[in-house]
Design a protein. Structure first.
Lengths: 276, 271
């Protein structure tokens, strides 16, 4: 005769067995093999050379060297497998690496899925040379610092302008003739690897070995790694670009720019847009 | 059971008559910042700095300015500047340096929660004070003649109208943009009823008399109507100027008889 006690015991055992099975299945991806992070602004560094390809078309071989830092955004989950993965946005990396996709037929700048394995990547802090791109709500904004007085009106948004930026992997790039709608696939007029970065309050110093021509850099030495320096100071000076709606007397928005003093010249960064 | 039937009848009767001044909320609704209540008894209190006496009669609709809870008991305050002249008059004394009331116990004996009065639908009363990064909403219900606040508004005056929380349309022929508390209006008329037909953007206010300077429509001997039409237009004013931004005000445009009136509905401070 089976007692109630025996049934209860059997039931409990069954429950434990089931639970163990469930835990074991999900534990595969919570295990030490894969990265976990809830950040939406996650920075990773490659621990070995990665050979991958462009997303969807998969017709361009892409090589990312060991030691490359990039903004992975957030870790995705494979639809069928549930495995954690990342995509790399090549347009946030230096020109020698992104050139291969930007000059390709499809111009697809995202890599295909790469499993977020601990053997491939390690989590790093956002590099300090990208601090100027951070918004108050911890999202990364447009990293371009534009040459000029303030944001152009919306009807001139397609005008070509000069700008510089620092790539995720630490390269200072200067562009001539890009529009505000650039998504990073433009070829820089000149670029150099960042050797050192120093931030003191609102002033940032970018040090390179070779000059980035076009940028108001100061030559500080003829030898060693730190020969050229770009000084960038964020000011407390805000400027407004009022954009009117189709009916002239009504406004549609106002773009606020923050002035940056770069090597003695006026540059600006978009701050916020105020809508009525 | 009896009380439920009672509430149903009241609401039904109001709807039948086409009068929708304010409606009772279910008992479990929570009193929160920017929600509306009606006084169930006369409240004798003072302003928050205890400088002047304030009396709020029974059956006065109020907007909750803020809420706090101490030892399980809820307290609210209201901005008396939003109420009609007779109620806010004591604030005009030079002694008064605040326009908000003291903390009032939020008990069932004192307040009953109500829905936002329909006569306040012409502006986003419940968004007042909401912040998004640097932008703070300033939904006070004051409408100014024109379509944009001037950059030198601090030294300017303009014609202003508004509907107080307790249902009075106030007209100010000449009001400075900056004021501590609204003085006696040029003209004040009590709202008898209001409607806000769905998807029309119109707030239709009904009165027994009119204000000569405003485009009321006379429907009968004792029935005058003013319609405030919402639009999807607004403006942005940069202060002091585009090359040096210290703050940005936004103006939201409404129309009364096709003429523009604007509400200064937000401020963003940069310095």
């Amino acid at each position: 005769m089976i007692t109630t006690k025996q049934i209860k015991k059997a039931g409990l055992a069954l429950a434990v067995a089931l639970f163990a099975t469930i835990s074991f299945t999900t534990a595969t991806f919570a295990s030490s093999q894969y990265l976990t992070s809830k950040s939406h602004n996650l920075f990773l560094e490659t621990k070995q050379t990665i050979h991958t390809t462009n997303a969807y078309f998969k017709d361009i071989p892409i090589t990312i060297p060991k030691g490359t830092v990039f903004n992975a955004g957030s870790i995705g989950k494979g639809v069928t497998t549930g495995k954690p993965y990342v995509n790399i946005n090549m347009d946030n990396l230096r020109w020698p690496l992104r050139k291969v996709v930007d000059e390709s037929k499809h111009n697809q700048q995202m890599t295909t899925y790469i499993w977020a394995k601990k053997s491939l990547f390690k989590i790093v802090k956002q590099p300090n040379y990208l601090a100027y791109t951070k918004t108050p709500d911890n999202y990364t904004q447009d990293p371009y610092v534009w040459e000029g007085n303030k944001a152009l009106p919306s009807d001139q948004f397609l005008s070509k302008q000069n700008a510089f930026r620092v790539t995720d992997d630490g390269y200072l790039e200067y562009f001539t003739g890009i529009t505000r709608y650039t998504d990073g696939d433009a070829k820089p007029a000149d670029y150099a690897k960042l050797q050192k970065f120093v931030k003191k309050g609102n002033t940032s110093y970018f040090y390179t070995k070779t000059e980035v021509s076009g940028l108001p850099m100061t030559k500080i030495s003829s030898t060693g790694k730190y020969r050229y320096r770009l000084k960038m100071t964020k000011t407390n000076h805000y400027l407004a670009t009022v954009n009117h709606s189709k009916v002239q007397k009504y406004g549609s928005n106002t773009v606020i720019s923050v002035r940056y003093n770069v090597g003695g010249k006026d540059f600006y960064v978009g701050s916020m847009t105020v809508y009525p | 059971m009896k009380s439920v039937t009672k509430i149903k009848l009241t609401t039904g009767a109001l709807l039948f008559l086409g009068v929708t001044l304010f409606q009772a909320q279910p008992a479990q609704a929570k009193i929160s910042k920017n929600s509306f209540v009606v006084t169930k008894q006369t409240i004798k209190t003072t302003n928050s700095k205890k400088q002047v006496k304030i009396t709020i009669p029974k059956n006065t609709p109020l907007q909750v300015g803020g809420v706090k809870t101490i030892a399980g008991k809820k307290y609210v305050y209201t901005d008396v500047e939003r109420l009609s002249y007779n109620l806010r008059k004591p604030l005009l004394s030079s002694k008064a340096t605040s326009t908000i009331s003291r903390w009032l116990p939020a008990t069932k004996a004192t307040f009953k929660q109500i829905e936002k009065p329909v006569y306040l639908d012409y502006y986003a009363a419940q968004s007042d004070g909401k912040r998004s990064l640097k932008k703070v909403k300033t939904e006070t219900g004051n409408l100014w003649k024109g379509y944009i606040v001037p950059a030198d508004y601090a030294s300017q005056t303009n014609t202003r109208i508004r509907v107080t929380t307790d249902g009075y349309l106030e007209y100010y022929e000449n009001s400075p943009y900056i004021f501590k508390v609204s003085p006696q209006p040029t003209t004040s008329v009590k709202v008898q009823s209001a409607t806000h037909p769905t998807s029309s953007g119109k707030t239709i206010l009904n009165f027994k008399t009119d204000v000569a300077q405003l485009p009321f429509v006379k429907l009968s001997q004792n029935h005058y109507q003013l319609t405030i039409q919402g639009t999807s237009y607004g403006n942005v004013t940069v202060i002091p100027n585009d090359e040096d931004v210290q703050k940005v005000l936004t103006s939201w445009v409404s129309r009364i008889n096709k003429e523009d009136w604007f509400e200064i509905n937000s401020v963003s401070n940069f310095k």
